[in-house]
Design a protein around this ligand. Structure first.
Ligand code: R5P
Length: 284
């Protein structure tokens, strides 16, 4: 039985349809003091596949509650699918006295599951923080599906070297174009991002900027602005995880982006491709 977290209701339904499994209907409530209560009143199965993006602190608590609830309801086999894993970027102690937050979250989740599936984790090494088997699911190829078929001399560019594999996957799925990457520097105090252009010629070309995550939109809006300044024809953005907090969409539009494309690991208006088929394969 597929059990959705409240942030992953569309994706969980798509996965249930794709995998031919029943869909549970959890309830998501809150007590007057703010404590959450997620429950699974109609859960009736030995096997649970929980699908819960953890893009907020509330979502993490809800996931732990659902894990406990399905066990309480009789599940003997629990798979936890985390389409977008929040805190994954805090994968080291970056300053004196700081935690390795990704490890803390992974350990907590491991207590309530037999295995974990992660969609395009920020770094593959985050899997090592879990105490149960983890499989990373690469769903980036699907981002090529909604791209225009008439891209002019396309360039698939990542805003930093770390995302070049994601850009290459989208390029390969599209079937044409070059890949390249920018150099990125982020000021840890202010969050301000500066990108250094590569040597690639972009004038009159369609550029698809590909990243694993768009969060504040600073990285992408800087990249889009640089490309527009250098005479790119259309600049499109594609990401697996469209977190898009605060004014990220406006920053991108103001920078001149032609299109924002994302998957349904985080359910937003731009979530035009589904990772459900890739997840269904990973459940087999
Ligand atoms: C960082 O290495 C990631 O790949 C993304 O570039 C980053 O998370 C994007 O964050 P933001 O949208 O806040 O610039």
């Amino acid at each position: 039985m597929i059990v959705p977290g409240s942030s992953s209701q569309q994706l969980a339904a798509a996965l249930a349809a794709e995998a031919g499994r029943a869909l549970a209907t959890p309830t998501y409530d809150r007590f007057p003091d703010g404590e959450r209560l997620a429950a699974v009143p109609d859960f009736d199965a030995d096997e649970a596949v929980i699908v819960a993006t953890t893009d907020s602190d509330e979502a993490w608590v809800e996931l732990l509650q659902i894990q406990d609830a399905v066990r309480e309801a009789g599940a003997t086999d629990v798979t936890t699918v985390i389409p977008y894993m929040g805190y994954a970027r805090q994968d080291a102690s970056f300053g004196d006295g700081e935690p390795v937050s990704a490890r803390a979250m992974a350990r907590a989740v491991s207590t309530g599951t037999d295995r974990v599936r992660l969609v395009n984790p920020h770094e593959a090494s985050v899997a090592d923080f879990f105490d149960v088997p983890v499989e990373a699911v690469d769903a980036a190829a699907a981002l090529a599906d909604p791209l225009p078929t008439d891209l002019a001399d396309p360039l698939f560019l990542s805003p930093d070297e770390g995302a070049i594999d994601v850009a290459a996957t989208v390029r390969d799925a599209y079937g044409a174009g070059e890949t390249d990457f920018f150099e990125k520097h982020r000021d840890r105090e202010t969050g301000a991002v500066a990108v250094s252009p590569s040597d690639a010629t972009v004038a009159d070309r369609d550029v698809v900027v590909v990243d694993d995550i768009i969060a504040t939109g600073s990285t992408m809006s800087e990249s889009v602005a640089v490309l527009a300044d250098r005479g790119a024809a259309r600049v499109l953005t594609a990401c697996v995880h469209p977190v898009l907090v605060a004014n990220a969409v406006t920053k991108l539009r103001a920078a001149g982006v032609d299109r924002i494309l994302g998957s349904d690991t985080v359910e937003r208006g731009c979530s035009v491709v589904s990772v459900a088929p890739a997840l269904a394969d990973a459940l087999d």
